[in-house]
Design a protein around this ligand. Structure first.
Ligand code: ADP
Ligand code: ZN
Ligand code: MG
Length: 622
């Protein structure tokens, strides 16, 4: 499925942790603490007994009623000789009175000085800033690492999940036959560990499932446990980014201790990359935590009894960031590729997920599968659900193909949202999309155009031309790629021809075209000048897993880089020429299709064929 001019990147589906709404907890802690401290202060400084005025005090002294006094810095407190119903202890604010001591002696009052009580203010001076700093640091660390902080630590639960019996089996997984085949071996082993070890065979220890998000890695791991009928312990690497160093490591130790008691069993670590990233030096505490956890995991993997039938499975969609230590023999030395499904796989996955859904007779899963090239298992599950919800919203008794189509459109391009364009912009978009559509219709060997639209979609796309493959392709000829480039450049070329100017709308087309042209030169050996050499070996792993960025180019010399660039330019120029030739020959069709698009906004495949004359086929007058 190739929508042009709109790059509906399906986002990384890994959920990000939402910040907790009670993050300002810490503020309340600080306030509470201050309140407690000030109450303590009042309590300590509050002199015992009743407070009297200084003159009353002097009167007591002169009357010989005072037994003893303690003269503090600010307060004089003391004890009366007589029993007073209001209590014999008293205190009074000190007044500058140089004669006081004389008078006390004259009246036989025992007196003592009292050192000013400074411990509490001093304590406050130390403790409050420290507490504030610690709390702020906590908040900061939680923001930084998304880790659970000191507040939630108290209620931190054991973060691994243990299931004694898993219901999932291989029947619930489809489209990943090769991976399932490899994992059957693991199932065998878990069922009868003795059979293997008796012959001296080495049992697999760690199995790493590698593949793009949503392809069913977690599902497969559970299916292995389900098939083997063994307990399933799982934890997610991302949950280990803890606040306190040592918590993660302790948890790993815990997990393995429990697993050892229940062998044979499976320990599954999801999102291994979150915890198994190559170790780096960093001032941030959370990294240190991650490393300790990782080290503990490595130690456990090395340490446990090889005859114990515990298999450690892990999943990642970013194998390239893993610490190499994880991949060493005896650790995750077995890697199973879980790739996106092909068309038959997609049909099988759809079949699994529509079991609970009432389908109308017109829904052919084969057709839906053909329209969902590039979808992973999770996308297909999502698709079925969306279609069912849509049918319910439309009050239909069954889910029809129309709902599947709408759900596909929605999943591919984000929610339908009409952006208001001015008339000139609409015309530009219409010409642009018509250009793509006409080149795609006229050139042979391309996926047929399914729909042309100038309805704006999410992600800033203003329109799209959707091509649907009739089949999954494993091989493309040089001519196919050349034609694809011409289609990609068709939008921009139509703008040039019809409007005499070019716009920014073609940026994504150009980028994709350039990527293809570059791959033709550096990877597929399709440039005669450059020969059959792969210049870009290093980039391929990242590309296979749809990882953006990565190494920009292969390890070749600057002179080679210039040659590559020249070849890329030549290929692009030729494709541009092809697009220009076709659109010039079909200038009338271009106008007609553009007008139709401006009227209807969407033109489907059938109507498109009535508007565009193909070689040897006269256009049908509409
Ligand atoms: P991953 O772990 O590779 O990101 P998951 O196993 O979490 O993918 O897949 C999420 C959901 O998508 C699964 O629970 C399942 O419903 C569906 N799914 C994904 N892949 C498949 C598949 N190959 N067959 C059937 N369902 C799948
Ligand atoms: Zn375009
Ligand atoms: Mg998963």
């Amino acid at each position: 499925m190739t929508p042009h001019n709109d790059p509906p990147q399906k986002g990384d589906r890994r959920e990000s942790r939402l910040p907790s709404p009670v993050r300002n907890n810490a503020v309340w802690w600080i306030l509470g603490l201050l309140a407690v401290l000030s109450i303590a202060q009042v309590a300590v400084f509050m002199p015992a007994g009743r407070t009297i005025t200084y003159s009353e005090f002097k009167a007591y002294v002169r009357g010989g009623q005072v037994d003893e006094v303690a003269i503090g810095a600010d307060v004089i407190s003391g004890q009366l000789k007589v029993q007073d119903p209001r209590g014999s202890r008293f205190s009074t604010a000190k007044v500058d009175d140089p004669k006081l001591v004389e008078e006390l002696e004259a009246n036989n009052v025992r007196y003592k000085g009292e050192a000013p009580n400074r411990w509490l203010p001093e304590l406050l001076g130390w403790v409050v800033p420290i507490v504030v700093i610690v709390l702020l640091w906590n908040m900061f660390m939680r923001r930084m690492g998304g880790a659970d902080g000191v507040m939630s630590f108290a209620r931190s639960r054991a973060k691994f999940h243990a299931e004694d019996s898993v219901k999932v089996t291989f029947a619930d997984v489809a489209g990943v036959d090769e991976a399932a085949q490899e994992l059957r071996e693991v199932v065998e082993f878990l069922k009868q560990p003795g059979k293997f070890t008796n012959l001296g065979g080495k049992i697999p220890r760690g199995v790493l499932l590698v593949g793009p998000p949503g392809t069913g890695k977690t599902l497969l791991a559970r299916a292995v446990a389900g098939e083997a009928g063994v307990p399933f312990f799982s934890l997610s690497g991302s949950e280990f980014v803890e606040m306190f160093v040592g918590v993660g490591a302790a948890r790993v130790r815990d997990l393995f201790a429990q697993a050892a008691a229940k062998s044979p069993c499976i320990v599954f670590i999801d999102e291994l990359d979150a915890l198994g990233k190559a170790r780096v030096q960093s001032p941030m505490g959370s990294h240190e935590e991650r490393e300790q956890t990782l080290n503990q995991l490595l130690a456990e993997m090395d340490g446990f009894d090889a005859r114990k039938a515990i298999i450690i499975m892990a999943a990642t969609n970013r194998p390239e960031v893993l610490d190499p230590a994880l991949l060493r023999p005896g650790r995750f030395d077995r890697q199973v590729l879980v790739d996106k499904p092909d068309v038959r796989g997609r049909e099988a996955i759809l079949r699994i997920h529509v079991k609970q859904v009432k389908l109308a007779a017109d829904v052919k899963l084969q057709v839906v599968a053909a329209r969902t090239a590039g979808f992973a298992g999770a996308d297909l599950a999502n698709l079925v659900n969306e279609a069912a919800l849509l049918a319910a919203r439309r009050d239909k008794p069954h889910v029809e193909l129309a709902e599947f189509d709408a759900a596909i459109d929605r999943l591919i391009a984000g929610l339908e949202k009409r952006r208001v364009l001015n008339d000139k912009e609409r015309a530009i978009v219409a010409y642009h999309e018509s250009g793509h559509a006409i080149v795609a219709t006229v050139l042979p060997g391309l996926d047929p155009v399914h729909k042309v639209s100038i309805v704006a979609r999410g992600f800033g796309a203003l329109g799209y031309t959707m091509q649907l493959p009739l089949e999954d392709r494993y091989l493309m000829t040089r001519a196919d790629l050349h034609h694809q480039l011409a289609v990609l450049l068709g939008g921009r070329t139509a703008e040039e021809l019809a409007l005499g100017e070019i716009t920014t709308g073609a940026q994504n087309d150009l980028q994709r075209a350039t990527d293809i042209a570059r791959a033709m030169v550096t990877e597929y050996g399709m440039s005669d000048a450059m020969g059959a050499v792969n210049y870009d070996a290093g980039r391929r792993r990242a590309m296979f897993l749809d990882i953006p960025g990565g190494q920009e180019r292969g390890p070749y010399a600057e002179a080679t880089a210039q040659e590559v660039d020249a070849e890329v330019r030549r290929i692009m120029r030729e494709a541009h020429d092809t697009a220009r030739r076709i659109l010039s020959e079909h200038r009338d069709d271009l106008e007609r299709l553009t007008q139709r698009l401006l009227e209807k906004e969407v033109v489907d495949a059938e109507e498109l064929l009535t508007l565009v004359s193909r070689p040897g086929v006269a256009p049908v007058e509409a």
